[in-house]
Design a protein around this ligand. Structure first.
Ligand SMILES: *Cc1c(COP(=O)(O)O)cnc(C)c1O
Length: 412
């Protein structure tokens, strides 16, 4: 789906899955044949018009794409109040929260289940942390009538009961993982183990732009529908490209999906926003780039939250979808190459931004994109009035109202 051009930021990874020094496929030998098989099939699928046509058709009629591109007049005005004269960028949103299931994750799940079917696989597995990727996977499995097993840390199963129930309603089996700390990392390990043991019939749907090659590439390609649409919509509406793209980062799939189609547009700046939780001083955050260092997890080399012994540490964020302990390898490379800038927002800043969007635009965002909005609150006032900031509104906030109520001390 990506054309290869010299000197392009869009021609990574290399044929062994490296984004600069990051990425790759650090997997057990038993997994290698599966990974190579997947890579072969994905290469064939990319070149197959009928694969692309089926993907596009489902995105249109099942997911509800294209999602709107929305100019947000009242938050723009609100942020201009604090800005010097002539400053205060126009704020625009890509409305991916309007997708079926309420977030961007479904784009990737549709792509991967079509790949699974193409490979003749009859059973789907996935890992999930907060449960959102589990729900999106269970959704596409119901749609295609495939049995589905979701690995979820036992701690998360307890914390995320509504999503566990959603997955069960959709027909999935949820397997609580009790090893390690019984959270996302352990669920990922368990899913990889299951995959090796059941190669013949099983496809593993990874939920973010991470994992061993070719997952970071294929998840990016499936999510790039966000940026392709946004680029065309912006040109049609304003006759020009945005000045700055902003997206929240857990593993980085919605961000790379927005950024990738713009990477070779030098006038477009980009900002990824990690979750700084209670702040970067302690370890109560989920900012892998700002507060971690390179290591290997989930089959690829990237920035990770880890202690001095290289043990993966548990991230914290008010938003359950952002506490992935790593970040997709393409982001690690985009940071080092300087093409994309990365910053962070705390729980408190995200909570304020969440309320601001509710009141100014009548949109209840998920806590994840609230981190992107928090970053915009800080920078829009320094940009000229005729500049355009485009943020990905990657999820809606229905799932988060109980968390927000608790954080605000409201009894429901
Ligand atoms: C899962 C999730 C995220 C984080 O995942 P990325 O791969 O970084 O996009 C962000 N926003 C929402 C709404 C999510 O559900």
């Amino acid at each position: 789906m990506t054309e290869s051009k010299p000197n392009s930021f869009r021609n990574q990874p290399d044929d062994r899955g490296h984004f600069g020094q990051f990425g790759g496929r650090y997997v057990a030998e038993t997994l290698m044949p599966l990974i190579l098989d997947l890579e072969r099939e994905y290469t064939a699928a990319k070149a197959d018009d009928s694969f692309r046509a089926e993907f596009d058709d489902l995105l249109e009629h099942y997911v509800g794409r294209p999602s709107p591109l929305y100019y947000a007049p009242r938050i723009t005005k609100e942020l201009r109040k604090e800005a010097p004269k002539g400053k205060g960028a126009q704020i625009w949103f890509k409305r991916d929260e309007l997708n079926h299931t309420g977030a961007h994750k479904i784009n990737n799940c549709i792509g991967q289940i079509l790949l699974a079917r193409r490979m003749g696989k009859t059973r789907i597995i996935a890992e999930t942390g907060a449960g959102q990727h589990g729900v999106a996977t269970a959704t596409v499995c119901a749609r295609f009538g495939l049995p589905c097993t979701i690995f979820m840390g036992a701690t998360d199963v307890k914390r995320q009961q509504p999503n566990v129930f959603r997955m069960k309603l959709l027909g999935a089996e949820v397997v609580p993982v009790t090893s390690g700390r019984a959270t996302l990392k352990d669920a990922m390990n368990e899913a990889l183990r299951d995959w090796v043991a059941n190669v013949h019939d099983t496809f593993y749907i990874i939920g973010t732009a991470a994992g061993p090659h070719p997952y970071p590439e294929l998840v990016r390609d499936f999510q790039s529908v966000i940026g392709r649409e946004a680029r065309a919509q912006m040109l049609e509406r304003t006759g020009r490209l945005p000045d700055l793209l902003v997206a929240a980062i857990g593993g980085g799939s919605n961000a790379i999906g927005l950024f990738h189609p713009f990477l070779d547009d030098p006038s477009v700046k980009m900002l990824g926003v990690e979750a700084a939780g209670h702040g970067l001083d302690g370890d109560e955050h989920a900012a892998s780039l700002a507060g971690g260092f390179p290591g290997i997890l989930h089959g690829n080399k990237t920035y990770l939250l880890q202690d001095e012994d290289g043990q993966i540490t548990e991230g914290h964020s008010i938003s359950a979808g952002l506490d992935y302990p790593g970040i997709g390898p393409e982001h690690a490379w985009l940071k080092e190459s300087g093409r994309v800038e990365y910053t962070y927002a705390t729980d408190k800043e995200a909570l304020d931004a969440f309320q601001l969007l509710c009141r100014t635009e009548g949109i209840i965002p998920a806590l994840e994109p609230s981190h992107a909005i928090a970053a915009i609150v800080k920078i829009a006032r320094e940009m000229p009035e005729d500049s355009i900031v485009l943020a990905n509104l990657c999820g809606r906030g229905d799932k988060d109202i109980f968390t927000v109520a608790e954080a605000l001390g409201v009894e429901m």
